[in-house]
Write a protein that binds this ligand. Structure first.
Ligand code: OAD
Length: 361
């Protein structure tokens, strides 16, 4: 899957240098010590699963494993720019469900905001497009939307901005929007095959001055994002909070690997930091609907229901695309006058798709 290959884990008998131990408690102590003034977060889809948004690569509840049964060249094709040019409908079907506003931030999002409120947040590098970081109240200039977001929308050909309300209307009915130039319109999400936003590259230098890096909810399988933890100075503590071991965190002296639901780890950290009460206040303001003391994480069933809905929507759009292709081909045979739509959909079956895991850029 293109993950960073794990190097040998660090010899656990050798003590860390900056941390007292390699556990969350020691991380909290380090944050409280005053030595840690600039914190960087590197996050992925796993921090939003508790909000009800499926991640991509979890075996049962991940979007890609569910899309694998559909008639797509590859599950990732829904986010591939060449495939989008040929058939934008599966992406539009997904966008309907993922359009911002429906989901609410998780405990992990609120925790990151606490760092911003205290002037300790250097940057939050996120791969997520759900904009829940913003919804949690993290200032926009502290977030690097490394894979873009739904915040803007442009024509993929002439790059002209498109009207947001108009795009929203198109997304609602699953009908691709076209620019005046004839090009397709999509939200400013970075697809496979597209360059990452300039803000990502322009913010990389900040990693040199970080005092702590916390990686959460990512399989670290998409580059160049996956290489961010390696850019952190060797002497700076790095923390991985994830359901599974990923990347090469755990190979350095001050690395902490904590496996589990990130909201659970956050709870431990927040209590140790004495931030819990304040987080409760923020939480009430954001999510009066669910108490912080009750389990925040959604059940597997809820996540499964969401991923089933997403998959069904994409499947429906593929069926429509297939019927539409037949209809257009029939029309072409009759009239021999191709329309813009005909050019798009008739290429569906002929396009070649790379076999290897695509990298961003
Ligand atoms: P993935 O789905 O690849 O990885 C999510 C990771 O989070 C996995 O390692 C899960 O085990 C873990 N995880 C899930 N729920 C968790 C929880 N509650 N607590 C802790 N860990 C949890 O998602 P990303 O790494 O974000 O690109 O994927 C990277 C990119 O691949 C995405 O940005 C997307 C996709 O193609 C796009 O272009 C849209």
């Amino acid at each position: 899957m293109g993950q960073e290959q794990s190097a040998e884990p660090f010899d656990q008998s050798i003590p860390p240098t900056k941390l007292l131990r390699r556990d969350l408690l020691a991380v909290a102590e380090y944050i409280k010590s005053g030595q840690c003034k600039k914190v960087v977060f590197m996050v992925g889809a796993g921090i939003s699963t508790a909000a009800g948004i499926p991640d991509f690569r979890s075996p049962e509840t991940g979007l890609y494993s569910n899309l694998a049964r559909l008639d797509l060249p590859r599950p990732e094709a829904v986010f591939d720019i060449s495939y989008f040019r040929e058939d934008p409908r599966p992406f539009y079907a997904l966008a309907q469900e993922l359009w911002p506003g429906k989901f609410k931030p998780t405990l992990t999002h609120v925790f990151m905001r606490m760092f911003a409120d205290r002037g300790l947040l250097l940057r939050c590098f996120t791969q997520n497009i759900d904009t829940l970081e913003l919804a949690a109240g993290i200032p926009q200039d502290k977030i690097v939307f490394s894979h873009g977001s739904f915040a803007g929308q442009h024509c993929i050909d002439c790059k002209e901005e498109f009207d947001r309300t108009e795009l929203e209307e198109h997304v609602k009915i699953g009908k691709p929007a076209f620019c005046a130039c004839g090009g397709l319109v999509k939200p400013d999400i970075t697809f496979f095959g597209e360059a990452l936003p300039a803000d990502f590259h322009n913010s990389l230098h900040l990693l040199d001055s970080a005092d702590l890096a916390i990686v959460m909810g990512s399989s670290l399988s998409v580059y160049p994002f996956a290489s961010l933890p390696q850019r952190i100075d060797e002497t700076v503590p790095r923390v991985l909070m994830n359901m599974e071991k990923v990347g090469e965190i755990g190979t350095r002296r001050d690395d902490v690997v904590w496996l589990g639901e990130c909201d659970d780890g956050i709870r431990e950290l927040a209590e140790e930091l004495g931030w819990w009460e304040e987080m409760e206040e923020v939480w009430k303001g954001l999510r009066g609907d669910v108490g912080l003391e009750t389990p925040v994480a959604l059940s597997e069933d809820t996540l499964e229901a969401e991923v089933t809905k997403l998959t069904d929507d994409v499947e429906k759009s593929l069926r429509v695309a297939d019927e539409h292709t037949k209809w257009v081909v029939k029309g072409l045979d009759k009239e021999k006058t191709p329309s813009a739509a005909a050019v798009d959909v008739t290429q569906v079956e002929t396009h070649a798709f790379p076999k290897a895991e695509p990298e961003k850029e």
